[in-house]
Design a protein around this ligand. Structure first.
Ligand SMILES: Cc1cc2nc3c(=O)[nH]c(=O)nc-3n(C[C@H](O)[C@H](O)[C@H](O)COP(=O)(O)OP(=O)(O)OC[C@H]3O[C@@H](n4cnc5c(N)ncnc54)[C@H](O)[C@@H]3O)c2cc1C
Ligand code: SF4
Length: 488
């Protein structure tokens, strides 16, 4: 245990400060000032962990991270041991330590009557310190098995599966249709939440371990799924859930109405120094974002950095409560009113706001948006309340209403994998699909979710692939498909 009286001596959470809004809006760099003051408080914060006997945080974290163990090691200043314990369950703490919503903190036992331990900040501090001290080195396999695996999709699920399988001695190639590897971490999440240097240095480690990357190749088009099946002993589908949910209202075809990912993909590419002809930009425009989740919040931060005249986010539902409600008791992960770093930076948020219609201006592009107050019907449907319509200016509309599932046309035609009623890739408990030797991990089988779940499923799918190829495995399997189906 860290400090036996730590949680009594230090009762408040302390986190590194964010950079001032007026400074960070001028660049694309991380909003958080990680490690810039030597983090004198970190030892105290790690020392608040009670090592409470039944650490509910293990269960709150989809990866089963060994949180009390590394809190203790950080408190003792044993950074090398701390990163070993962290890497034992998580391939990429530099991603989760930055952008995980930290359900572990909602289930921290200290959180019953005090603010929970700053688990996520301790996690990112361990991996940052480990990179700085040179503790993150390639784990090259002792021997090669001679088996080959193709991983399709290079988001966190594909990368986790690839790293585990490479370390088990299999020869692994990761195919990615984008021009750069990383999935939504690369072209969805903006730099101000996750600078791309964090992806690149992990990819360098993976390449040194032997994983091969093939960006710019779309499976199903450049190489068929059947060709891939013939070339490799096993396939992991990690193609994400990339089909955007559409908004079926009049005017949706007008110029200036875009799905959020088109806007974010282009903004991320430009931030990375690429040229994007006819880029969709928010500069000088009245921007309306439809959808109040992570994607909407990332559009907000991006639009503000591009110099939007105004940004309004519309959410169709009610404003969530600020405190944990009685029906979502500890240790559940409650749905609360969130203030992301982008919300701190500006913009308006409107709840119970149902979009009714997009209206054109003189040039034929969208200029205004008609909305109405949402009414909840007794069958649970949400509809615009008649008589409450109003209009707001809207030169750029970004539809950030989530994703319906994976793109599956070539998968089913060429490979014959079965889909669920929701259009997701069907998977057994061990993440195998209905086609022998083909496995699925991450959003493609789970539906739109979180980075931490993608990593957990990538690790579990890798263990199943290893068993399929070698008859057994020593790779850990943090989750099964039926247990993860019970979790949000
Ligand atoms: C804007 C945005 C912000 C988000 N913010 C957060 C956050 O803050 N925290 C969090 O935990 N989660 C966040 N998420 C969710 C998170 O990014 C995803 O849950 C996670 O990336 C899913 O990982 P994945 O590996 O399953 O798929 P993805 O990351 O979607 O990667 C799939 C990859 O497969 C590639 N691909 C698809 N089809 C093919 C093909 N046929 N051939 C080759 N390549 C193919 C795609 O190009 C893509 O790069 C966010 C999502 C979005 C859209
Ligand atoms: S990965 Fe997420 S849930 Fe797990 S310990 Fe880190 S912040 Fe918490």
């Amino acid at each position: 245990m860290a400090d036996p009286r730590g949680f009594l001596k230090v009762r408040e959470r302390e986190l590194p400060p964010n950079r001032p809004v007026e400074v960070r809006l001028r660049d694309w760099k991380d909003v958080h000032a990680h490690r810039q003051d030597g983090q004198p408080y970190l030892k105290e914060q790690a020392g608040r962990c009670m090592d409470c006997g039944i650490p509910f945080c293990h269960n709150g974290c989809p990866l089963g991270n060994l949180i009390p163990e590394w809190n203790d090691l950080v408190w003792r200043g044993q950074w090398s041991d701390a990163i070993d314990r962290l890497h034992a369950t998580n391939n990429f703490p530099e991603f989760t330590g930055r952008i995980c919503p930290a359900p572990c903190e909602s289930s921290c036992v200290l959180g019953i009557n005090q603010p929970p331990v700053t688990i996520k900040n301790v996690e990112v501090s361990i991996i940052d310190e480990a990179f700085d001290r040179g503790y993150v080195t390639p784990q090259v396999p002792q021997r090669l098995t001679g088996h080959t695996v193709a991983v399709v999709g290079s988001g966190p699920a594909g990368l986790a599966a690839a790293q585990q399988l490479t370390r088990a001695g299999h020869t692994v190639a990761v195919y990615e249709r984008d021009d750069a590897v990383g999935g939504l971490l690369r072209y969805g999440v903006p730099d101000f939440k996750l600078e791309k240097v964090h992806i690149d240095r992990r990819l360098a480690q993976m390449e040194a371990e032997g994983t091969r990357f093939r960006p710019g190749v779309e499976i199903g088009r450049d190489i068929t799924w059947e060709q891939l099946q013939a070339r490799y002993d096993a396939i992991v589908i990690a193609t994400g859930a990339t089909v955007p949910r559409e908004l079926q209202v009049p005017g949706k075809e007008l110029g200036g109405v875009h799905v959020a990912m088109d806007f974010l993909h282009q903004a991320n590419a430009v931030a990375a120094g690429r040229e994007v002809p006819d880029q969709i930009t928010a500069t000088g425009k009245h921007v309306v974002i439809i959808g109040g989740g992570d994607t909407g919040s990332d559009c907000l931060g991006t639009a503000l950095r591009q110099g939007a005249a105004s940004v309004t986010t519309l959410a169709i539902g009610k404003r969530p409560p600020e405190e944990r409600p009685a029906h979502q008791p500890w240790p559940t992960d409650p749905i609360l009113f969130e203030v992301s770093s982008s919300h701190e930076e500006g913009g308006e948020r409107d709840y119970l706001a149902s979009t009714v219609e997009f209206l054109p201006g003189e040039d034929g592009s969208v200029a205004r948006l008609r909305l109405a107050t949402t009414e909840y019907l007794s069958d649970g449907r949400r509809v615009p309340t008649p008589g409450t319509e109003r209009e707001i200016p809207a030169d750029l509309v970004l539809v950030a209403m989530g994703f319906t599932g994976p793109e599956t046309a070539t998968l089913t035609e060429q490979l014959g994998v079965e889909l669920t009623a929701r259009g997701l890739v069907t998977r057994s408990d061990d993440f195998s699909t209905t086609v022998p030797g083909v496995f699925v991990a991450g959003d493609a089988g789970r539906g739109q979710s979180l980075v931490v779940w993608a990593i957990a499923e990538g690790r579990a799918a890798a263990a199943a692939v290893d068993t399929y190829l070698s008859g057994g495995t020593e790779l850990p399997s943090p989750v099964t498909a039926s247990t993860v189906a019970l979790r949000p």
